[in-house]
Design a protein around this ligand. Sequence first.
Ligand code: 13P
Ligand code: SF4
Length: 424
Amino acid sequence: MTATSDMGTPDLGVQPTPLALLLLGQRSDSDSERGTACPGELPAASDPTLVARARTAKDALGDKVFVLGHHYQRDEVIQFADVTGDSFKLAREAAARPEASYVVFCGVHFMAESADILTGNHQQVVLPDLAAGCSMADMATAEQVAEAWDVLTDAGIAGGRGSGASGNRGGRGSGASGNPVTVPVSYMNSSAAIKAFTGRHGGTICTSSNAEVAMRWALDQGDAGGKGEKVLFLPDQHLGRNTAVLQLGLSLDDCVVYDPRRPNGGLTVDQLRAATVILWKGHCSVHGRFTAQTVTEVRERVPGVTVLVHPECKHEVVTAADLVGSTEFIIKTIEAAPSGSAWAIGTELNLVSRLAKAHPDKTIVFLDKTVCFCSTMNRIDLPHLVWALESLVDGRVVNRIDVDNDTAHYAKVALDQMLALPGI
Ligand code: 13P
Ligand code: SF4
């Protein structure tokens, strides 16, 4: 059974880190989703009426507002979500609510962008704090990816920048029949610009729950009769590698890492031509903290423990763990686990804490010994949510996420391709 602290919250065996979380939201930074100042007067975090204010504002808005909450959000916020889910489920839910004038996204910037792309023109998407970005998404900029595509094109394994004409899926492949082609597969955790690049070049978006089917689909495209096709996987090298090796049966040598900070990605033409999967050098700073050592330690600490991790973890962690799967997979696995079983979970701490509270008959510990919240997910707190909802009641749409039409068009091509993948 999970131990409980004096505060009534489960003791997950973690220690607070000595350093404060990054100071986000303190300044404007147009080059990054992080560090963006939030306009407006926020209520004080100590205001005891915040919960009541959020409820009153939400009730006043009624069916006009739909609140989506990612599983990594704080408890104080998730209680106001109409639907909770991983990024895939939330993208689907956003697309299925045409009656809501406002979609308030309690998650991070790339998720709100996807919601804006998938909702109608009559709907407006609000992100309660614009500083809720994603460090992984920031690791692949549109300029870097365009440059990388040029490198692949010069190596004869990609087909140039694409025409950009509406509905044209050109740009994929080499153009010479029988030559290998490269198909971009971009993780949902990427900017709208990267999703649009993917759509322009005949690729697909994926999430952690459908990366296998997306990569199989991509390797089956093109004009080489199923042989020699390649994937450019953006921006999470770990999800790409874990999917290629553990789910598709490729070898580690079939994968190369493209580093956008090095000339030609740090790769030779021969390396690019020999690879099946070209992994972008990006990672999640939260899941990237876990190591094979943390898995060994938890096995010593918790007798009979089953180690369950997210595929954004490093390959060494995933191979040392017992089970690997998306956020929804982790939740379903714990729900189905027998009473008395013991689990160490390697994903974001808000979710692990909530699972421990919801399943007091099971021992649930956090995989790391230090606190590991996603600092940008945690930007969405009750003061920001109250401010966003009360502003809507007053007729002001604050922190609107509005993707431009051209970007939205091509990003939607890639998102729709994901939603059309077999078995999804
Ligand atoms: P999923 O929601 O697809 O599991 O992704 C995890 C994540 O890191 C979200 O930012
Ligand atoms: Fe980005 Fe990782 Fe945070 Fe998800 S958990 S928003 S991938 S930094």
